[in-house]
Ligand binder design. Structure first.
Ligand SMILES: Nc1nc2c(ncn2[C@@H]2O[C@H](COP(=O)(O)OP(=O)(O)OP(=O)(O)O)[C@@H](O)[C@H]2O)c(=O)[nH]1
Ligand SMILES: [Mg+2]
Length: 161
């Protein structure tokens, strides 16, 4: 059986989406700024099972119209990213609506090394997004990046049930 996990990265410009993908791909931190819309593929083995995580990176800048992947399916996982209050607000007011209120959301508190979001704020946003899971991580420190990947796989397995 092919285990293709499809991910859509969502969030404002500067939320750290591309850095997160790079960090998951290489477990290193990119030093160049890369504004991006691209597909990325990560192979990972977990409990002796091979998975391919296919990630669609969405550019967060207002100059670009955010695009919902044309081949969007119900079992895609949407990773909603924010590293500060403003980005958190637009997840609610902009992205959640633009993405058509997806069901399978994982909330990722990016750049957790900067302490830009409080536990209280995470609780508040969770009431709106109703994420299946919440991970605070730092691409820069490669902190909890592996955990995030495991959570993605667990979420995928859950969706297959
Ligand atoms: N301190 C810190 N900075 C980070 C971290 N991750 C990303 N950054 C910085 O945040 C900035 C934005 O990161 P990107 O990954 O390009 O953000 P993005 O969400 O892809 O932005 P767009 O492509 O414009 O939508 C860059 O300057 C990164 O170096 C982190 O974990 N900690
Ligand atoms: Mg980017």
């Amino acid at each position: 059986m092919e285990n293709n996990i499809k991910i859509v990265m969502v969030g404002d410009s500067g939320a750290g989406k591309t850095s997160l993908i790079m960090s998951m791909s290489n477990l290193t931190f990119p030093t160049e700024y890369i504004p991006t819309v691209f597909h990325n593929s990560i192979n990972i083995t977990h409990n002796n099972i091979n998975y391919t995580i296919r990630i669609m990176d969405i550019v967060g800048h207002d100059d670009y119209d955010p695009i919902i992947p044309p081949n969007y399916q119900d079992n895609d996982i949407f990773i909603f990213c924010a590293s500060n209050s403003d980005q958190l607000s637009s997840l609610k007011s902009k992205w959640y609506i633009k993405m058509k209120q997806p069901k399978n959301i994982m909330f990722v508190h990016t750049k957790c090394d900067t302490n830009g979001i409080t536990d209280k704020q995470i609780k508040e946003i969770s009431q709106v997004l109703k994420p299946k899971c919440i991970v605070s991580c730092s691409s820069m420190l490669t902190f909890k990046i592996k955990l995030l990947m495991v959570k993605i796989i667990e979420q995928y397995i859950e969706l297959l049930k």
